[in-house]
Design a protein around this ligand. Structure first.
Ligand SMILES: [Zn+2]
Ligand SMILES: [Zn+2]
Length: 339
């Protein structure tokens, strides 16, 4: 029996999960950015302006879904120029939810017109520490938000900054604004967190502020319909992959064999938390578009071991332009039933 890791049913919807508009420091209005992305084949945008949550539900229609969210900033103390910073996105699981206890008025440096009385009830302390960030993540989850860790490399963060975080929904493996600004590689935090057994999903995003950020990083969400609860449910379950180019068309297990179907690729890679890895390589003359790997032994032996009960497999695809697609990590408890 086939066990689909990316759901078999439904269709793929293209989404940019991180952007800024004229509500904060972006150059496009919420309406304009919808048009720009829809013209590029996107169906979903998460509006994540800095520090204030402004739902744009009026923009949602049968072909477009506006997700509600915001981005918060937690600076390291001091005024030195190389301070580290946490940027977190909070994505509301309900379209009209614009209340988060993580709100802090002092951080709203543009457009205070969007601050509501409800937001003013909160003045959350923001300390650059795992404790404070974990407390924010926990509160945000209770208040109905999915929380992502944004562009850790741009933020000059390393393992010591994020290793103790618990309950993140996702972390960015690609951020167009950071990438084009010179913070090129963002995958290490994702790899580190899943190795720590945190079920964190990979996001490729544009973090759109300006026109040249548009259309470089996205996720493909597999869902049965383009309505708010259905898409949030797919996001929460991890029914999506991140990409800067290649497609992951199918991903399933059948009797211990992992099957992967992709767009024309230079490489299809399966990585685990151990040294065990698999790959299939193509050439421009003979690209690979599918690969099958027997992961049964690895899964069985890992399950039989006393440690690494939370080992995982994940898939990366590379195309001939050097662009990548990333599946989430599928942990062994999820895989055990189908090998
Ligand atoms: Zn940011
Ligand atoms: Zn941003």
């Amino acid at each position: 029996m086939k066990h689909y890791l990316l759901p078999e049913g439904g269709k793929f919807y293209k989404a940019n999960m991180h952007l800024h508009t004229t509500v904060s420091d972006g150059c496009y209005t919420p309406e304009d950015i919808k048009k720009i992305y829809m013209d590029l084949g996107y169906s979903i945008l998460a509006y994540t302006d800095h520090e204030v949550i402004v739902p744009h539900t009026d923009l949602t229609d049968e072909n477009f879904l506006a997700l509600t969210g915001y981005e918060i900033t937690i600076w390291e103390s001091g005024s030195h120029i190389d301070r580290k910073v946490f940027h977190l996105n909070l994505i509301a699981k309900e379209a009209e939810n614009n209340v988060s206890s993580s709100f802090r008025l002092v951080d709203v440096d543009q457009d205070r017109q969007y601050v509501t009385e409800e937001m003013m009830k909160y003045n959350h302390p923001r300390k650059y520490s795992s404790e404070c960030v974990n407390e924010i993540i926990e509160s945000a989850k209770k208040e109905g938000f999915l929380v992502s860790l944004n562009h850790p490399v741009w933020s000059t963060q390393n393992y010591t900054d994020y290793a103790d975080l618990k309950g993140l929904w996702a972390t960015e493996v690609y951020n167009s604004a950071s990438n084009l600004g010179g913070a090129i590689e963002n995958t290490q935090a994702f790899e580190d967190l899943v190795r720590l057994h945190e079920p964190v999903f990979p996001l490729a995003v544009d973090d759109t502020h300006y026109p040249f950020h548009v259309g470089h990083g996205w996720i493909m969400v597999k869902a049965h319909s383009l309505d708010y609860p259905t898409v949030i449910s797919a996001l929460e379950k991890g029914d999506f992959y991140a990409s800067t180019g290649p497609e992951i068309k199918e991903l399933y297990l059948e009797e211990g064999i992992l099957h992967i179907k992709t767009s024309e690729a230079a490489g299809i890679y399966v990585t685990t938390e151990k040294i065990k890895r698999w790959s299939a390589m193509g050439t421009e003359e003979e690209p690979v578009t599918e690969a099958s790997f027997n992961v049964s032994d690895y899964v069985q032996r890992t399950l039989a071991g006393t440690t690494n009960k939370q080992a995982y497999i994940r898939v990366t695809v590379k195309d001939f332009k050097g662009e990548y697609a990333y599946s989430r990590a599928y942990f062994l408890d999820e895989l055990a039933a189908s090998v």
